[in-house]
Structures are given as structure tokens and as C-alpha cells.
Design a binder for this molecule. Sequence first.
Ligand SMILES: *Cc1c(COP(=O)(O)O)cnc(C)c1O
Length: 363
Amino acid sequence: MPENRVYNFSAGPAMLPEAVLKKAAGEMLNYKGSGMSVMELSHRSKWFTEIIEGAETTLREIMNIPENYKVLFLQGGASTQFCMAPMNFMKGSKKADYVVTGAWAKKAKAEAARFGEVKVVGDSSDKTFSYIPELDPSTFTADADFFHITSNNTIYGTYFASLPETGSVPIIADMSSNILSEVIDVSKYGMIYAGAQKNIGPAGVTVVVVDEKLLERCTDDTPTMLNYQTHVKAGSLFNTPPTYGIYIAKLVFEHIKELGGVAAVEEVNKRKAGLLYDAIDNSPLFSCTVENKAQRSLMNVPFVTGSDDLNAQFIKEATEAGLVTLKGHRSVGGMRASIYNAMPEEGVKKLVEFMQQFEKQNS
Ligand SMILES: *Cc1c(COP(=O)(O)O)cnc(C)c1O
């Protein structure tokens, strides 16, 4: 880590791999002999064609995406997917099941309710979303058009360690804060979507991985830009895509591949999260707001001291030590360390050391 960089524990936009930033810096003024930066390239140029095709190819490789799934690079963030998915896919029974495990899940559910009948089959709002509710498949809507989950709850630090049993009902997952963090079986999902700014690249790109079977439901009465088929047919080049973001995403995908793929990254992520949760669980001062260890996120780790003053002091002193953006979300309070793929293990070690030192001085 260069001296002028900090360990940034932000929930998003978040850290990017240093190797990616350096590569982008090196290519900034003259991308591959074009005499232009990627930002200045036509999205129809041979250089950008190579970038967007390379991004898709490498993502398919590292996520092991089956042939019958389309990969799209869209705009509008995960938040646009909240409406786009139901707008395109609530076309059969016009019913969908949602698990409300956080603020993002709640927003997703509210958008779906504009397009049909939404059933909440699990809700953990009674305890500030500090757990994943137990689900009873007998309460699921048998003829639902889809079943929606937020696979990782960025604000509260919980995640679905296993998928609900939904039978033939396709699962749509908002994977914004844990895509590429661990190996998953894409074929178990109807669709996966993720805003890029946590584990993929800069804000402005949204990655969608969608089963062709779902795409058969798209109809022409959907507004052009909000119709998945528009983007499938145009290879995500219907209009000007977020070119620079897609370029950085490509570099991140290649970086993951160089590291040994998602499985290798997962191993490091488990080590990083293990270090931090152990430190919290063994601490006389800090405690984790998620009690059920099986539901603890590998990516977002909320923790508290029990005193607002101490929390504030911790955040202030950590910032001075180069450990920044540790303030928890206002709905949970305390601290939150987001330790996405790009957070080096060294950064987590530094945080743990800092916590132990703070503990000694304040207990
Ligand atoms: C950050 C986040 C969002 C919001 O993403 P935008 O790209 O800002 O719309 C949605 N869902 C989850 C799980 C998130 O972490």
C-alpha cells in the first residue's frame, strides 16, 4: 500500500484493486495506441468492442456463467433493477414473493408492488434486520413469476448462506454487495443483478446475468430502455454505455482471474472476515450486531461498543490512523467495516490491531 493511500472501509463506492488502478493510470492518455483515453473512445470503435466483449468473456469465465444466460452491462444502478425486473417479468400470474431483509430489499419490494401482487414471505424488520428470517416454503406462492432476495444485506451485515427452495419459481437476487465474493452456482438463479460500485468497479455500471427463459417474457409495450431485450439485442450497446466503468470492470474481472479466480478470492475473503469476527467476538469492548454466525456477511461487518461517544471516538482515531469510512449506517449506528474483494488482508489486520489497541486504552 503506497503511503498516500488509506484503507477505505466504505460500503460503496468502495476500494478498487491497486493493480487495476495502476493499469488504468498507465493506459490513461493513450489506450493501446489509439492516442485517446478509454473515456474518449467511440463505443462503436474496435478498441471499445474489444473491451466490452472482453469484459463479458472474462466475467462468464470467472462466474462460470452457463451458455443459456445473457450478460448485460446497464445503467441506473441496482435501484433501476428494482423496477425493471418486475416490469419485464411479472407477466404470468403477476405475483412475486419477496424476502424483506433490509432497506434495499424493502425498496425492491415496493417497486414490484407497482406491477402486481407482492407477498412478503419473510421479514426481519422487527430487529433492525439483524438476522435472516427463517423461511417456510409452504408459504411461498406456487405460481409466482419470481422469488426475490437480497443475497447480502450491505447495511446490516447479514447474508443468505443458502438459497430458499423455490421449486420451479426462478430466484432473482440483488447481489450488489457480494457478487464475485464467493463461488456460486449461477444456474440456481433466474437473474442476478449488481451495481458495480461495491465489488466490480466504478459506480455507473450495473451487471445483469439473466436466464434466457425469463427473457422470453419481455414484451414490446415495455419502454425501450427498460426492456431487457433491447439491451440483449444490442449487446449492451443500444445507446452509449458507461464505457469507462465497463473498462475498469473488465480489468477487475481479469485481476480476479489472475488471482486464481473467485474460489481463490473467496478463500481470502473468509480469512479476512474470520480475522475481524474473531477479534469482535473475543473483545471485551466490541460486539457484532449480527448474532447468528451462520448469517454473517463476508463483506460488511457492523459492530458497536455500546456507547455512542466511544463509537465516535473510535471512528475519529481510526481515521487518523488511515482506516477510513468506518462509520456505520445511521439505522444501525456504531461502525461498519466493508471488506470487499479489493480490501487487502493487510487492511483487515491493521484494523484488528487498531481495535485491540483502542480496547486496551478504553476499558
Ligand atoms: C448499494 C446497494 C444497492 C443500491 O445500488 P445503486 O447502484 O446505488 O442503485 C442496492 N442493493 C444493494 C444490496 C446494495 O448494496
